[in-house]
Design a protein around this ligand. Structure first.
Ligand code: PMV
Length: 324
């Protein structure tokens, strides 16, 4: 039980977004979602339970987390301890291989890696569906980071059936993303708080779950057809429907910043000039461009006229969880 276990999980970006919880404690979503796991952005986490420790010691990128910031991780470790029937505290060392300023869903890779490393270090033997369900308790999007490629999170109804399933782990057509990093500051409204506010107050929210479920069916068909344009159109429209719910919340808020609109305009103008590319955004101002590797050089050339080259990160599809 004293063994240190290290796991690597890659982040994922949703093409059909998860937005709103049916059960905030268990993190059961209001709608199913579908994502693409990305290769260059991942988290490596090492966990060791040690009876000699008097409290959990949690470090991210070499920095000790203070009591408040570490509470989510501690709560997650409590869940693992409870399931494994142990009481020892843990040493957790986590390294994010995601540019710190990226706002690229590090909670997805973070909690997926923590679920894998902590459960194994605690002596539990969990298969991938069970790991996916455990990761979900840390952060909804982490549910999907257990698998590579295109991944569906089936919303389910309870702790035992709300989990991700691989939709297409090995992708045999040309699709990737360019992440445009716009703002290094922490999000103004965390996804957890943002979606809760929307569910509680937006009169438009009731339209979201059925619309997202329809988008999901269409997205799965588009992936099977390897139709990049349709995938892009559906992802873009789905993301904007999600963002529309924030403007209609009370009080209203938005994740858009002026540079977000600048990025969107460039994507639209590239498209008007025959380059196939589409945008999506999560609970932050950064824009991710969905495109083919073939057209990436032309897209980067245009984006570099407006954004610094080191703010443009190209990401191919990536793999699922691995033990190192
Ligand atoms: O996993 P969370 O609680 O950070 O929520 C993620 C929500 C979105 O990124 C906006 C959408 C998604 O499906 O990843």
């Amino acid at each position: 039980m004293n063994n240190a276990v290290t796991a690597r999980a890659h982040t994922n970006i949703a093409l059909i977004k998860y937005w709103g919880k049916a059960d905030p404690k268990l993190i059961i979503p209001q709608n199913s979602s579908l994502s693409l796991t990305l290769d260059p952005f991942y988290t490596d986490t090492t966990v060791q339970f040690d009876a000699a420790l008097t409290q959990d010691q949690i470090k991210i990128d070499g920095q000790v987390l203070n009591q408040t910031a570490g509470q989510r991780v501690r709560d997650f470790l409590d869940l693992v301890r409870q399931r494994a029937g142990i009481t020892a505290f843990a040493q957790v060392n986590s390294y994010n291989h995601v540019p710190t300023a990226a706002g690229l869903a590090s909670s997805a890779s973070g909690f997926a890696a923590l679920a894998a490393a902590a459960s194994k270090a605690a002596g539990l033997t969990l298969d991938q569906p069970a790991l996916s369900r455990l990761a979900r308790r840390g952060s909804g999007s982490a549910t999907r980071s257990i698998y590579g490629g295109f991944v569906e999170w089936q919303k389910g109804h309870n702790d035992l059936d709300s989990q991700a399933v691989p939709f297409q782990e090995t992708i045999d057509f040309d699709i990737q993303m360019i992440a445009i990093l716009l703002d290094p500051r922490p999000k103004k409204v965390a996804s957890r708080a943002g979606m809760a506010q929307v569910v509680a107050t937006s009169p438009y929210y009731t339209a979201w779950p059925p619309s997202a479920e329809k988008d999901l069916i269409a997205m799965k068909a588009a992936i099977l057809k390897k139709d990049l344009n349709l995938i892009g159109q559906l992802a873009e429209a789905n993301a904007m429907k999600m963002h529309a719910t924030t403007l209609s919340a009370t009080p209203p808020f938005t994740y858009f910043e002026p540079e977000t609109l600048a990025a969107i305009e460039i994507v639209q103008s590239l498209r008007n000039n025959g380059v196939s590319c589409y945008y999506t955004m999560d609970a932050g101002p950064n824009v991710k461009v969905i495109c083919s590797a073939k057209e990436t050089p032309a897209i980067l050339t245009r984006l570099r006229q407006h954004f610094p080259a080191d703010h443009l990160l190209v990401a191919k599809p990536g793999p699922g969880i691995a033990y190192l």
